[in-house]
Design a protein around this ligand. Sequence first.
Ligand SMILES: C[S@@+](CC[C@H](N)C(=O)[O-])C[C@H]1O[C@@H](n2cnc3c(N)ncnc32)[C@H](O)[C@@H]1O
Length: 224
Amino acid sequence: MSADGRRDYDGYARLGLDRSGQAEAFDAIGDRYDEAFPHKDGQLASGAWLATTLPPGSRVLDVGCGTGLPTARQLADAGHEVVGIDLSPGMLDLARANVPEAAFHLGDLAGLRDGHLGTFDGIAAFFSLLMLPRAEIPYALRMLHDLLRPGGLLALSMVEADVDDYAMPFLGNTIRVSGYLRDDLRQVVRDAGFDIAGENALAYAPASTDVPPEIQIFLDLRRA
Ligand SMILES: C[S@@+](CC[C@H](N)C(=O)[O-])C[C@H]1O[C@@H](n2cnc3c(N)ncnc32)[C@H](O)[C@@H]1O
C-alpha cells in the first residue's frame, strides 16, 4: 500500500464494488436492529473513549451510522460536530430523527475517499467495515487513516470470525460479512497506520434468535 491510501482505494474500486442486497437488507431491518442489539455496553464504552478523549467541538464521522443510536447520539451529546454516512436510506431516516443536530449523508463509505466530506478529528466505525469483503477492508482503513488529522482517533468494532464475504441470515434478511481472528485484526489495523490505544472483547448474545451469538472486538485506535 502506498502513502496515499485514498488513491490506492480508487484503484481497488475501479475493479467494481459489489454492494448488492446490503442496503436493501438494512432498509428492511430498520429499528429492529436496535431491538435485536439492546445491550450496547462495549459500543458505549468505546464511544465514550472517542467522545471524551477529543475536545468538545471536534469534528467526528460515524461510518455506517445505522439508526444513529447509540453512537451519533452519544457524540452529539458530548458536544461534537457529528457527520454520519450510511448506504441505507431507511437507516438514515431513523438517524435523522434520532440525532437531528447531526449531518447525515446517504452514500457508500468507499465514496469518502474523494474527500468530499472533509477531514476529521475522530471517526467511529462500529460494525460497518465488517460489511465489506476482506480484500477491501485494508483499503477502507487506510482511507479512514488519511481522513483523520495526525493523531486523530478511530473507534473500530468488528465481530471476531474467520470469514470473508460470508452470506448469513440476519433478522429475516441476508447480509454478507467479513471478519478476522483478533491477532489478524490487530495486524490489519497496524498495517493501515494505527496504534492500538485500547482493546475490549466481549461475548454478545443478541436479544433475537434470528442473530447468532458473537464475540465483539472494540479497538481504540490512534492515527500513528
Ligand atoms: C451492522 S450495522 C451497524 C450500525 C451502527 N454503526 C451501529 O453500530 O449501531 C451496519 C451499517 O452499515 C451500513 N453499511 C453497510 N455497508 C456500507 C457501505 N458500504 N457504506 C456505508 N454504509 C454501509 C448499513 O446500512 C448499516 O446501517
